[in-house]
Design a protein around this ligand. Structure first.
Ligand code: URA
Length: 230
């Protein structure tokens, strides 16, 4: 929301009061004096006029979890444990998952209460590569490479997947980088060759890489530097 709108929504400030307070340098956001009425403020911003706090600004929270197989990427589930059950944090209902994984997929999962940040990470237009380690039932052939680059037609969505980068590691293992996040995307890509994915593990999302110190089920807060990479 715009700073001037935030202030003029408060009963005590008329639009004129807001303009004057801004011009006089009486308004600060996160400790910085601001005069720009169009400055965007959020629920995480601390907003002050003179020395009075008008909004404390709730903390933005960001976590990296090593999702184990066998848990659901949802906030609640009637049958199975969820990724949120693995977090010992207050107010978990305020958190959401940035980029789900299937029940049996493991690896990097990002969890936050910052919707703008998670949208930047997951929206298709940013085209952030998601890198997966894949183990398959059948051999992975050299002829796969061209098809992954060319794209797979997904009839349900009526689209062809964007070029993906497949690196064959050995007969049954590959590393795959995709920039989309379609439903069961990796499994459907290998399914084209009737090759079942036995294990799937997400190693990274854009510039964020799963911390090797995290065992399956463990998590840690992101560092300020990691948060700013997105
Ligand atoms: N593609 C899949 O098929 N499953 C996942 O969990 C992620 C990508």
């Amino acid at each position: 929301m715009r700073l001037d709108r935030f202030l003029s929504n408060l009963p005590r400030f008329s639009r004129k009061d807001v303009r004057l307070a801004l011009l006089a340098g009486r308004v600060s956001v996160d400790g910085q004096t601001l005069k720009d009425p169009l400055h965007e403020v959020r629920e995480f911003s601390q907003i002050m006029v003179d020395n009075e706090i008008l909004q404390t600004g709730k903390p933005a929270r960001y976590f990296m979890l090593h999702k184990p197989p066998g848990c659901v990427s949802a906030t609640t589930d009637p049958q199975h444990p969820t990724v949120l059950d693995l977090l010992q944090e207050p107010d978990k209902h305020e958190l959401h998952i940035a980029g789900r994984l299937d029940f049996n997929t493991s690896g990097l999962m990002l969890i936050t209460n910052d919707g703008q940040w998670s949208r930047r990470l997951t929206q298709p237009t940013t085209k952030l590569p998601k890198v997966y380690h894949v183990e398959t039932e059948q051999e992975i052939g050299e002829h796969y490479l061209e098809k992954f680059t060319e794209g797979f037609y997904f009839a349900f969505e009526e689209l062809t997947t964007l070029p993906a980068q497949l690196t064959i590691l050995d007969s049954h293992h590959a590393r795959l980088s995709i920039v989309e996040g379609r439903y069961h995307q990796v499994k459907r890509m290998f399914g084209f060759f009737d090759n079942k994915v036995l294990r799937l593990h997400r190693e990274s999302m854009g510039p964020l890489v799963l911390d090797p110190a995290l065992e399956p089920g463990q998590y840690r807060p992101l560092t300020p530097e990691e948060i700013h990479r997105i």
